[in-house]
Design a binder for this molecule. Structure first.
Ligand code: PMP
Length: 415
């Protein structure tokens, strides 16, 4: 059928003016942000009258808010296949904040090595670089790497402490063999941190079965609003040490000179939390758990539809793998037309929203384009003097499980 199986999204029926005529807006930018689902919007609406300060007030509203906040923590832990007894759920504002938080919390030093890959979003590269040495596993021209390549990096000396990888690429939709990677890291006593920003909205993740220590993702890519992401962490990693944010709520006692930190999650949750965001994230998690296999079938249809539509466009070159299991995310360039012009004309002339540029993954893009070291250096020098627009870029189309197949057909026709 033509209708997606997921709950309808708020704004799914938005219209835009195209050439003087109103048309249904086609949103093919789900990898950046998805609209809220109707179910999430309902959960927020129902909770709005109740939200209040948590864990501090004695009033009824405060008790309801606290209970819902604690319940949301449990929901997100179970959502990713972890046990609340061994794993704690936190609500960083997004993946970026979560990865910054965990990179800080692991107490890394300049002598520590983190193994990561050339596929990563900047969010899963720069926080590690700030605290430790990053050993980058390279990709081939198709934009993929093997478990063997990661194993070689894990076996290099000095031995690494952390493996930090994305569950799926925001540029190509490619997914590494997460089970194989996690098993190799664990066998060597290396912690496994997964950037789940793209994976979690599309696939069920079982942290316990996979052997993942830390998983981070964003609510705004899985039908919840901005401002609350999820981070599920093995509790043992958060027992000691200073929290990332210090302040009220993170302490047991403060004197003029000393502080006794609270146990996690309070230790890692200073300040008034985003309870509404947590409730929305938990509602989105409940919805995805219920939708699972139906969503998967629909997404596979979207992948096939994208492959078929894009194959008919003359002069279109895709970046990254075009076979195997992928998310419905594709980046490409068109001969003779700059990426920004493609994106602008799709919006203006066809009412289709896509994204263009480098997708916060410059090292990955430079490899997908086969740039030399000298060329990369030239782009850096240009950017330093204010000419960042010279970086090579592409057009990205990305679907969620709520994208109708008709939207992919509309894209094909427009291209
Ligand atoms: N990692 C990946 C793979 C992503 O796609 C994104 C979002 N583009 C992020 C991290 C960062 O997410 P956020 O902007 O929500 O922090």
């Amino acid at each position: 059928g033509d209708l997606s199986p997921h709950d309808p999204l708020v704004g799914a029926d938005l219209s835009v003016l195209v050439g003087g005529e109103l048309r249904r807006y086609v949103d093919l930018d789900a990898a950046a942000t998805t609209s809220a689902s109707a179910g999430v919007a309902r959960a927020v609406q129902e909770f709005l009258p109740w939200y209040s300060s948590v864990h501090r007030g004695a009033g009824v509203k405060s008790q309801v808010s606290s209970a819902r906040y604690d319940q949301a923590r449990e929901t997100i832990v179970r959502f990713v296949g972890a046990d609340p007894a061994t794993h704690v759920g936190l609500f960083p504002k997004n993946t970026t904040e979560g990865l910054n938080q965990i990179a800080f919390r692991l107490g890394l030093t300049r002598d520590d090595v983190v193994v990561s890959t050339a596929v990563e979003h900047h969010a899963n590269l720069l926080p590690w670089r700030r605290h430790a040495q990053v050993r980058v596993v390279d990709v081939d021209r198709s934009g993929t790497y093997s478990v063997d390549a990661v194993v070689a990096a894990l076996d290099e000396r000095p031995a690494p402490r952390v493996l930090a990888v994305s569950g799926a690429s925001n540029v190509t939709g490619w997914m590494p063999d997460l089970a194989g990677l996690a098993a190799a890291a664990r066998a060597r006593g290396v912690l496994v941190v997964v950037d789940g920003a793209q994976l979690v909205p599309h696939r069920p993740v079982d942290m316990a079965a996979l052997g993942i220590d830390v998983l981070v993702w964003s609510g705004h890519k899985m039908f919840a609003p901005f401002g609350a992401g999820g981070m599920v962490v093995d509790r043992r990693l958060l027992v000691g040490g200073e929290p990332f944010l210090v302040g009220g709520g993170a302490v047991k006692a403060v004197s003029d000179t000393e502080v006794v930190w609270a146990d996690t999650p309070d230790r890692d949750d200073a300040g008034t939390p985003n309870v509404l965001g947590a409730v929305a994230l938990a509602a989105a998690a409940d919805e995805l758990m219920a939708a699972g296999p139906r969503n998967r079938r629909h997404e596979d249809l979207l992948v096939h539809a994208l492959d078929a539509e894009l194959a008919t466009v003359p002069g279109l070159h895709r970046l990254g793998p075009t076979t195997g299991d992928r998310l419905p995310v594709v980046s490409f360039v068109l001969d003779g037309m700059p990426h920004e012009e493609v994106a602008q004309r799709l919006a203006r002339e066809h009412g289709i929203g896509v994204r263009n540029g480098c997708f916060c993954a410059h090292p990955y893009l430079s490899r997908l384009f086969g740039l030399s070291t000298a060329e990369v250096q030239q782009f850096h020098d240009d950017a330093r003097v204010g000419r960042a627009d010279r970086l090579p870029g592409a057009v990205r189309v990305s679907c969620s499980s709520a994208t109708p197949l008709a939207d992919v057909a509309a894209l094909g026709e427009a291209l």
